[in-house]
Design a protein around this ligand. Structure first.
Ligand SMILES: [Zn+2]
Length: 298
């Protein structure tokens, strides 16, 4: 579940460090399971919910209950998300995403789990990424269960809403642009092309459970990992935090790189408080992974 959005750091949390040594050691040992959050995508121009310039103060994410319970909420969601999709389509992976892909290519990782729905790990060349909260790339019909590509729906929405060109006040990590009700206007929502049912992005909304088989898959990955490396997540929501707790309970070292304190700090061996792109680039250098190896060649 992702219902809790508020978390205030306790004053007695261990402080962050700038020493990347323990993270380099863990990567050098191999078998690292990486868990990433919105913080790894901020350098690609997708703002985090919280932290500096965080969008949470002005943005209330759509909940599953709102979405399924109200046609008006769905109109609002799809108008905003349609606009946000254009921005996400332009986002490119950054040095952090490329470093994670390079670690994997060099056999240092046992897996990658991301809480992000932006597809940037895959764009950077990471394979087999577990998308814990789904992906904006896909759409699912709530009636017949058919999955279809988002770009197909985007095309239908373009056709149904000619001249829809509002200027958003901002964009959020769930692909939701900030629009006023006036800007949403009479935006036309598209039904499922097969059965006329309600279409939903294949992402886990706040208030919605992560599909149990996906959770079990992640639990198995945590169980097999030599260490767990959290990148750019405040671990505010239980969907990610539970894996940190699982690892800690099993005695598996947890290492975190996140500028701000996280809800998992108490379970971690260390929290490095550095910008992710710079930290991960420094780690690739330290591990002798050449910089020119960080771009996907195919
Ligand atoms: Zn359908």
């Amino acid at each position: 579940m992702r219902p809790t959005l508020s978390w205030t750091p306790d004053e007695d949390l261990p402080p962050g460090t700038t020493d990347l040594g323990p993270v380099a050691d863990a990567l050098g040992a191999g078998g690292v399971l990486v868990l990433t959050g919105a913080g790894i995508s901020t350098e690609s121009g997708i703002p985090d919910y919280r932290g500096q310039g965080g969008s949470l103060s002005r943005h209330t994410p759509m909940t599953y209950q709102d979405f399924t319970g109200s046609a008006r909420a769905r109109r609002r969601y799809w108008a905003r998300s349609h606009l946000g999709w254009r921005t996400f389509g332009r986002a490119r992976p950054n040095a952090g995403h490329r470093a994670v892909a390079a670690f994997a290519r060099h056999g240092l990782l046992s897996g990658v789990i991301t809480q992000n729905v932006d597809g940037l790990h895959q764009a950077a060349g990471s394979d087999g990424v577990v998308e814990l909260h789904g992906s904006l790339d896909r759409v699912v019909c709530l009636s017949c269960g058919t999955y279809s590509p988002r770009r197909e729906l985007a095309r239908r929405l373009e056709e149904a809403n000619p001249g829809f060109e509002p200027v958003a006040a901002g964009i959020n990590p769930d692909g939701d642009a900030d629009l006023t009700d006036e800007q949403v206007g009479d935006f036309r929502v598209m039904p499922c092309a097969h059965c006329g049912g309600i279409l939903k992005p294949d992402v886990v909304f706040f208030g919605e459970a992560v599909p149990p088989p996906r959770v079990e898959h992640c639990r198995a990955l945590v169980g097999e990992a030599v260490s767990l490396l959290v990148l750019g997540s405040s671990l505010t929501v239980m969907s990610g935090l539970r894996f940190v707790r699982q690892a800690a309970q099993a005695g598996t070292p947890v290492l975190i790189i996140n500028r701000d304190p996280t809800r998992g700090d108490r379970n971690a061996l260390t929290r490095v408080a550095l910008p992710l792109g710079a930290a991960l680039t420094a780690l690739t250098a330290r591990l002798g992974i050449p910089a020119d190896d960080q771009e996907r060649s195919d």
